[in-house]
Design a protein around this ligand. Structure first.
Ligand SMILES: Cc1cc2nc3c(=O)[nH]c(=O)nc-3n(C[C@H](O)[C@H](O)[C@H](O)COP(=O)(O)O)c2cc1C
Length: 198
C-alpha cells in the first residue's frame, strides 16, 4: 500500500475514539447512507451478511428517548434506587443526531452465531471509522436499550433478530473528554519463530 494511504488508515484508526457528548447539530444529508453503504463491506464468513440496520431519528428518536426514561425508571424502582439520574440519562440519550441500530439476523448453529456476531461488530467498527473520516463521532451502546423487549417491539424487529449495538451518531461536543487508554501491544504479543510448544 502506498505510504499515503497507509498513513490515512493509520491516522483514522488511532484518532477514532468513542464520543460521549454530542453537539446538537444535524447530520449532513446522505451521511447515514454513506455509513451503511460502507458497513455492508465488512468481512463475513460464508457471505451470510447477517446485518440489518434500523435508523432512528426525528420523532422516532424522541419516542425512543421517552422509552429510555420509562425503562430506567422501572429499573430504578425495581432495584429500590432513587430516580434522580433518570432525567440525565434521557437527556444523554437524546444528544446524538440519530441512532443506527445494528441488528443481527439470528440463524444457524453456535459457530455461525459467533461468526455472524463478529461480522456485525466489524460492520459497527467500519461505521465508526467512516464517521470519523466524515468528521463525526459515534458512541457504541449496548445494555438495556439493546436488550429490552420493548425496544425490539418499538423498532419493529422480528423474533429472529437480535440487537448487536446501537450507534449514536453526531458531531462531538467541544471539550469532550476522550478517555484514551490502551496497554502497549508489545506487552500482549508473543512471537513464535523457532520451535512450537509440544
Ligand atoms: C461490544 C461493545 C459494547 C460497548 N458498549 C458500550 C456501552 O454500552 N456504553 C458505552 O458508553 N460504550 C460502550 N462501548 C464503547 C467502549 O466503552 C469504548 O470503545 C472503550 O471505552 C474504548 O474507548 P474508545 O472507543 O474511545 O477507544 C462498547 C464497545 C464495544 C466494542
Amino acid at each position: 500500500m502506498a505510504e499515503e494511504s497507509f498513513q490515512a488508515v493509520w491516522d483514522a484508526i488511532h484518532e477514532r475514539h468513542t464520543v460521549y457528548r454530542f453537539a446538537g447539530k444535524p447530520l449532513p444529508e446522505g451521511t447515514i447512507e454513506r455509513l451503511v453503504e460502507s458497513a455492508v463491506w465488512a468481512p463475513n464468513h460464508r457471505l451470510t451478511q447477517p446485518w440489518r440496520f434500523v435508523v432512528v431519528e426525528g420523532a422516532a428518536k424522541e419516542e425512543l428517548a421517552a422509552l429510555r426514561g420509562r425503562l430506567a425508571r422501572e429499573r430504578a424502582e425495581r432495584e429500590g434506587r432513587g430516580l434522580d439520574r433518570v432525567e440525565a440519562q434521557v437527556a444523554e440519550f437524546r444528544e446524538p443526531a440519530a441512532y443506527l441500530y445494528i441488528v443481527r439476523q439470528v440463524a444457524g448453529d453456535e459457530e455461525r452465531q459467533r461468526e455472524d456476531y463478529a461480522a456485525c461488530a466489524i460492520a459497527a467498527y467500519i461505521v465508526q471509522l467512516v464517521a470519523h473520516g466524515l468528521g463525526l463521532g459515534v458512541r457504541w451502546g449496548t445494555g438495556l436499550m439493546a436488550r429490552h423487549p420493548a425496544v425490539h417491539q418499538a423498532l419493529g424487529l422480528d423474533g429472529d433478530q437480535e440487537i448487536v449495538c446501537f450507534l449514536g451518531l453526531g458531531y462531538e461536543r467541544e471539550g469532550d473528554d476522550h478517555r484514551r487508554r490502551r496497554r502497549p501491544a508489545s506487552e500482549l504479543t508473543r512471537r513464535l519463530d523457532q520451535h512450537l510448544e509440544n
